[in-house]
Design a protein around this ligand. Structure first.
Ligand code: SAM
Length: 249
């Protein structure tokens, strides 16, 4: 499918996507490609029914929200907490497993120097690879490999495990991380966080920094109807942050 080149925003805030060679069909009528191509960002274009839309160019986040979904991707509230706590940035090298839909791989790829993501199931690797290509992230490499067989990368700033049994990877993570780097585990259930944190205490190279669950409550505000939205995100996962503070003796 052709790349999304422009976005049309309706009066209600709903987004419609323009791809080369196509008119845009909406429930508020059709917007002609020729009208889109002759308009500037910020201008208003009318559909054939007279409904107005504002034209904008897509940002990374607009495209990120359109990636294909296979396994559950890590929600933005949890991705934000990982970034804020570990301080990863444009110079960071990151390893993660499993790739799943490539949600976290792509987000990190957008902001970090290099991301290597491991996935042991071909059907999910294909989804993640498509998403990485869709977002044009040439600094993200997917390895079709069981991460517990070994991490090839060295001196990594952050390793993220979004795996059913992350405690199995603590030993190999410590050899790949740089001193001062972080190992973060993201798990939906308390037995996983318990087994991961207990196992981490057997490794003197690590300190357990923090265990958190991030809640986000979205609100609506219209006239005097100002209140939490009735539908909000439920439970996603727990984040356990370990920091490597030394090398094995
Ligand atoms: C919940 S998904 C990851 C979602 C991803 N973080 C995202 O944001 O899109 C977990 C993935 O881990 C993969 N996986 C499980 N065990 C693995 C292992 N030992 N090595 C590599 N991948 C593994 C699964 O196949 C699955 O695709």
């Amino acid at each position: 499918m052709a790349q999304i080149e422009k976005i049309l925003v309706s009066k209600t805030g709903k987004k419609f996507y323009y791809r080369k060679g196509q008119d845009v069909h909406t429930q508020f009528g059709v917007i002609k490609e020729s009208d889109i191509l002759s308009a500037k960002d910020g201008s208003e274009i009318s559909s054939n029914t007279g409904e107005g839309f504002h034209l904008i160019s897509p940002t990374f986040m607009d495209l990120y929200r359109k990636i294909k979904r296979g396994p559950q991707i890590i929600p933005l509230k949890d991705i934000s907490a990982i970034i804020a706590e570990t301080g990863i940035n444009k110079d960071s090298e990151i390893v993660e497993a499993g790739s799943g839909s490539g949600g976290s791989s792509c987000f990190f790829g957008h902001m970090a120097k290099k991301v290597t993501t491991y996935e042991n199931r071909d059907e999910f690797a294909e989804i993640a690879e498509k998403n990485i290509a869709f977002l044009g992230l040439d600094n993200v490499t997917l390895k079709r490999k069981n991460i517990y067989e070994g991490i090839d990368e060295k001196d990594v700033d952050l390793i993220l495990f979004d795996l059913p049994d992350p405690w199995l990877g603590i030993d190999i993570a410590k050899n790949a991380l740089k001193v001062g780097g972080y190992l973060v585990s993201y798990s939906p259930t308390t037995p996983q966080l318990s087994d991961f944190s207990e196992e981490s205490r057997k490794h003197p190279e690590f300190r357990l920094i923090k265990i958190i669950e991030v809640s986000e409550r979205e609100w609506e505000a219209k006239e005097r109807k100002v209140r939490p939205k009735s539908q909000s995100i439920g439970h996603s996962g727990f984040l356990v942050f370990l920091r490597k503070i030394g090398n094995s003796s």
